[in-house]
Design a protein around this ligand. Sequence first.
Ligand code: ZN
Length: 154
Amino acid sequence: MSHKVIAFHYKLTDTAGKTLDQSDSNEPLAFMTGGGQIIPGLESVLVTMNTGDKRRVEVEAKDAYGERDITRIMNVNRSQLPEGEVAVGDIFHGPNGDVVTVTAVALESITIDANHPLAGQKLIFDVEIATVRDATKEEVAHGHAHGADGHHQH
Ligand code: ZN
Protein backbone atom coordinates (compact mmCIF):
# COMPACT_ATOMS: atom_id res chain seq x y z
CA MET A 1 0.00 0.00 0.00
CA SER A 2 1.37 3.41 -0.86
CA HIS A 3 1.26 6.04 1.84
CA LYS A 4 0.47 9.72 1.34
CA VAL A 5 1.29 12.61 3.61
CA ILE A 6 -1.64 14.97 3.93
CA ALA A 7 -1.26 18.36 5.63
CA PHE A 8 -4.47 20.10 6.61
CA HIS A 9 -5.84 22.95 8.66
CA TYR A 10 -8.69 22.15 10.97
CA LYS A 11 -11.02 23.50 13.56
CA LEU A 12 -12.63 20.96 15.86
CA THR A 13 -15.95 21.78 17.50
CA ASP A 14 -18.44 19.78 19.51
CA THR A 15 -22.12 19.51 18.56
CA ALA A 16 -22.87 22.63 20.64
CA GLY A 17 -20.44 24.66 18.51
CA LYS A 18 -17.74 25.01 21.16
CA THR A 19 -14.20 25.02 19.74
CA LEU A 20 -12.19 22.16 21.23
CA ASP A 21 -9.01 22.39 19.20
CA GLN A 22 -7.58 23.89 16.06
CA SER A 23 -4.44 23.73 13.98
CA ASP A 24 -1.77 26.41 14.15
CA SER A 25 -2.65 29.03 11.53
CA ASN A 26 0.93 28.98 10.18
CA GLU A 27 1.51 25.27 10.23
CA PRO A 28 -1.04 22.70 9.13
CA LEU A 29 -1.16 19.32 10.83
CA ALA A 30 0.56 16.67 8.71
CA PHE A 31 -0.12 12.95 9.01
CA MET A 32 0.72 9.85 7.04
CA THR A 33 -2.18 7.82 5.72
CA GLY A 34 -2.47 4.24 6.92
CA GLY A 35 -0.41 4.98 10.04
CA GLY A 36 -3.23 5.28 12.55
CA GLN A 37 -2.09 8.82 13.32
CA ILE A 38 -5.52 10.43 13.29
CA ILE A 39 -9.01 9.16 14.05
CA PRO A 40 -10.35 6.78 11.39
CA GLY A 41 -13.56 8.72 10.69
CA LEU A 42 -11.55 11.78 9.71
CA GLU A 43 -8.81 10.00 7.76
CA SER A 44 -11.34 8.17 5.58
CA VAL A 45 -12.68 11.52 4.35
CA LEU A 46 -9.36 13.39 4.06
CA VAL A 47 -7.92 10.73 1.73
CA THR A 48 -10.69 11.54 -0.79
CA MET A 49 -9.88 15.29 -0.83
CA ASN A 50 -7.44 17.35 -2.90
CA THR A 51 -5.22 20.36 -2.18
CA GLY A 52 -7.33 23.44 -1.48
CA ASP A 53 -10.52 21.48 -0.77
CA LYS A 54 -12.57 22.65 2.20
CA ARG A 55 -15.17 20.56 3.91
CA ARG A 56 -17.09 20.01 7.12
CA VAL A 57 -16.63 16.46 8.39
CA GLU A 58 -18.92 15.09 11.10
CA VAL A 59 -17.50 12.08 12.88
CA GLU A 60 -19.65 9.88 15.12
CA ALA A 61 -18.12 8.88 18.47
CA LYS A 62 -17.51 5.29 17.36
CA ASP A 63 -15.31 6.54 14.49
CA ALA A 64 -13.62 9.15 16.68
CA TYR A 65 -12.48 8.33 20.23
CA GLY A 66 -15.03 5.56 20.80
CA GLU A 67 -18.08 5.27 22.98
CA ARG A 68 -17.70 5.82 26.70
CA ASP A 69 -17.02 2.55 28.49
CA ILE A 70 -18.37 2.54 32.06
CA THR A 71 -15.97 -0.26 33.01
CA ARG A 72 -13.20 2.28 32.55
CA ILE A 73 -14.61 4.41 35.35
CA MET A 74 -13.15 3.20 38.63
CA ASN A 75 -12.98 4.01 42.31
CA VAL A 76 -9.52 3.81 43.74
CA ASN A 77 -8.47 4.11 47.35
CA ARG A 78 -6.70 7.33 48.14
CA SER A 79 -3.76 5.34 49.54
CA GLN A 80 -3.12 3.91 46.06
CA LEU A 81 -2.30 7.35 44.73
CA PRO A 82 0.76 9.46 45.40
CA GLU A 83 0.58 11.84 48.34
CA GLY A 84 -0.74 15.27 47.66
CA GLU A 85 -3.82 17.15 46.66
CA VAL A 86 -6.05 15.59 44.03
CA ALA A 87 -8.84 17.61 42.51
CA VAL A 88 -11.70 16.95 40.11
CA GLY A 89 -10.45 17.57 36.59
CA ASP A 90 -6.85 16.54 37.30
CA ILE A 91 -5.40 14.50 34.46
CA PHE A 92 -2.85 11.73 34.82
CA HIS A 93 -1.04 9.80 32.13
CA GLY A 94 -1.10 6.06 32.72
CA PRO A 95 1.82 3.75 31.94
CA ASN A 96 0.27 2.54 28.65
CA GLY A 97 -0.38 6.06 27.39
CA ASP A 98 -3.92 6.22 28.75
CA VAL A 99 -5.23 9.55 29.89
CA VAL A 100 -7.02 9.27 33.22
CA THR A 101 -9.26 12.07 34.48
CA VAL A 102 -10.28 12.51 38.11
CA THR A 103 -14.07 12.82 38.17
CA ALA A 104 -14.86 12.74 41.90
CA VAL A 105 -12.93 13.08 45.14
CA ALA A 106 -14.15 11.73 48.47
CA LEU A 107 -12.44 11.39 51.82
CA GLU A 108 -11.30 7.79 51.32
CA SER A 109 -11.63 7.22 47.59
CA ILE A 110 -11.19 8.90 44.26
CA THR A 111 -13.14 8.22 41.08
CA ILE A 112 -11.10 8.13 37.91
CA ASP A 113 -12.25 7.85 34.32
CA ALA A 114 -9.87 6.21 31.84
CA ASN A 115 -12.04 6.99 28.83
CA HIS A 116 -10.52 9.45 26.38
CA PRO A 117 -11.76 12.95 27.31
CA LEU A 118 -13.53 13.10 23.91
CA ALA A 119 -15.01 9.57 24.10
CA GLY A 120 -18.74 9.40 23.49
CA GLN A 121 -18.77 12.67 21.60
CA LYS A 122 -19.64 13.35 18.00
CA LEU A 123 -16.93 15.63 16.62
CA ILE A 124 -17.19 18.23 13.89
CA PHE A 125 -14.11 19.16 11.90
CA ASP A 126 -13.90 22.05 9.46
CA VAL A 127 -10.93 21.09 7.33
CA GLU A 128 -8.93 22.56 4.48
CA ILE A 129 -6.30 20.53 2.68
CA ALA A 130 -2.94 22.37 2.48
CA THR A 131 -0.78 19.80 0.69
CA VAL A 132 -0.87 16.18 -0.41
CA ARG A 133 2.29 14.29 -1.38
CA ASP A 134 3.73 10.79 -1.39
CA ALA A 135 5.33 9.72 1.87
CA THR A 136 9.14 9.44 1.85
CA LYS A 137 10.86 6.11 2.50
CA GLU A 138 11.98 7.45 5.85
CA GLU A 139 8.44 8.37 6.85
CA VAL A 140 7.14 4.95 5.86
CA ALA A 141 9.93 3.36 7.92
CA HIS A 142 9.10 5.52 10.95
CA GLY A 143 5.32 5.13 10.56
CA HIS A 144 4.58 8.85 10.77
CA ALA A 145 4.76 12.08 8.79
CA HIS A 146 7.70 14.49 9.03
CA GLY A 147 5.70 17.69 8.57
CA ALA A 148 4.17 19.23 5.48
CA ASP A 149 7.48 19.46 3.59
CA GLY A 150 9.00 16.15 4.77
CA HIS A 151 12.00 17.82 6.38
CA HIS A 152 10.63 18.27 9.87
CA GLN A 153 13.20 17.24 12.46
CA HIS A 154 12.18 15.28 15.51
ZN1 ZN B 1 10.28 9.92 12.09
